[in-house]
Design a protein around this ligand. Structure first.
Ligand code: FES
Length: 342
């Protein structure tokens, strides 16, 4: 049996399926209730129960006191509705609503994706989850106060592990470490979520996404978020790389285009090898967009990758009618230096 949950005072509502917690139901329907651990411990998901009955899971509820419970507060990560509910709580709608935290994590798996990119899966302590917006990044904290930024490649709903794509740079402080020393079960510390490069979900504009190299990571997070929330946005995804081997998750991007009627995937190679037998687009990735659209004024553009690519997008797209306010970018500044970030 399902129950209707209404958030006061704005009357936004969603439905909880049988034995689903209030928080899980809200996140499934794309409503950003706040949370931290999803385990009854941190209290971040606390809100007021105005009307209706709940039951708790059997997880120990250390994130709420008895006084708070008797004043009508509830932990929504563990509260299962037993009737329609009316609740009052904060909603996460923008970056400013999220809490930036420093957390430890353990490397759960290291996977080589091609000759110079590895994928890390990071596991947080069992009592923690990281709430973030699709497209944001974290800073890995290293010895000597050094930090390196990496975009999160998993979607916010798929948060059992944090996924990072690390490209190898000669002399890059973290990338050398990741390729040569990091092992499964190694401990790391990070700070996040960070950045204002995230999907504007309230917009209905068609989207052009442009990625260069590991700029694919935040695109993956955003596309999986769109899939999860069943958003009906038109997406044109251009992925620029040198040769086919650099499109390190090409089949995944192709599978999105097969599954999602609203998504087009256009890989663009700047230096295809003969062995690639490439019949697709060639040249610079931003030029492929300019070739395809004479008027960019209706679009929203997300550009993520090396600085020259991002600058070319800003410089050239505004000349095609796109207002700068609709260009969201994440420029991998570190990627051109020897530090090896993002
Ligand atoms: S999310 Fe931590 S107590 Fe609910």
């Amino acid at each position: 049996m399902s129950f209707k949950i209404t958030i006061e005072p704005d009357k936004k509502s969603f439905t909880a399926e049988k034995d689903e917690t209030v928080l899980s139901a809200a996140l499934r329907e794309g409503i950003g209730l706040p949370y931290g651990c999803r385990n009854g411990a941190c209290g971040n998901c606390k809100g007021k129960l105005l009307e209706g009955q709940i039951e708790y899971t059997d997880v120990p509820l250390t994130g709420i006191t008895d006084e708070e419970k008797s004043s009508g507060y509830a932990l929504f990560c563990q509260a299962i509705p037993r009737s329609d509910l009316s609740i009052e709580c904060r909603q996460i709608e923008a970056v400013g609503d999220l809490v930036i935290r420093k957390l430890p994590c353990r490397v759960n798996k290291i996977e080589k994706l091609n000759h110079d990119v590895v994928r890390l899966y990071l596991k947080l302590p069992s009592s923690e989850r990281l709430q973030f917006l699709a497209g944001q990044y974290i800073d890995i904290l290293m010895k000597g106060n050094k930090r390196r930024s990496f975009s999160l490649a998993n979607s916010p709903q798929d948060d059992n592990y944090l996924e990072l794509h690390i490209r190898h740079y000669d002399g890059g402080v973290f990338s050398e470490y990741a390729f040569n020393k990091l092992r499964e079960k190694s401990l790391l510390r990070f700070e996040g979520p960070l950045g204002s490069f995230f999907l504007r979900e309230e917009s209905s504009r068609p989207i052009i996404m442009i990625a260069g190299g590991t700029g694919f990571a935040p695109v993956k997070s955003i596309v999986e978020n769109i899939q999860h929330k069943k958003l009906d946005r038109e997406v044109h995804f251009y992925w620029g790389a040198r040769s086919k081997a650099d499109l390190y998750l090409h089949e995944l991007a192709e599978s999105w285009a097969m599954k999602m009627k609203t998504l087009r995937y256009i890989p663009v190679l700047s230096e295809p090898r003969q062995s690639d037998i490439w019949q697709g687009r060639t040249g610079l990735v931003h030029e492929a967009v300019l070739d395809d659209f004479s008027d960019l004024s209706p679009f929203e553009v997300y550009a993520c990758g090396p600085p020259p690519m991002v600058h070319a997008v800003v410089d050239n797209f505004t000349g095609r009618g796109l207002s700068e306010e609709f260009i969201y970018s994440d420029s991998f500044e570190f990627a051109t230096q020897t530090s090896g970030g993002k």
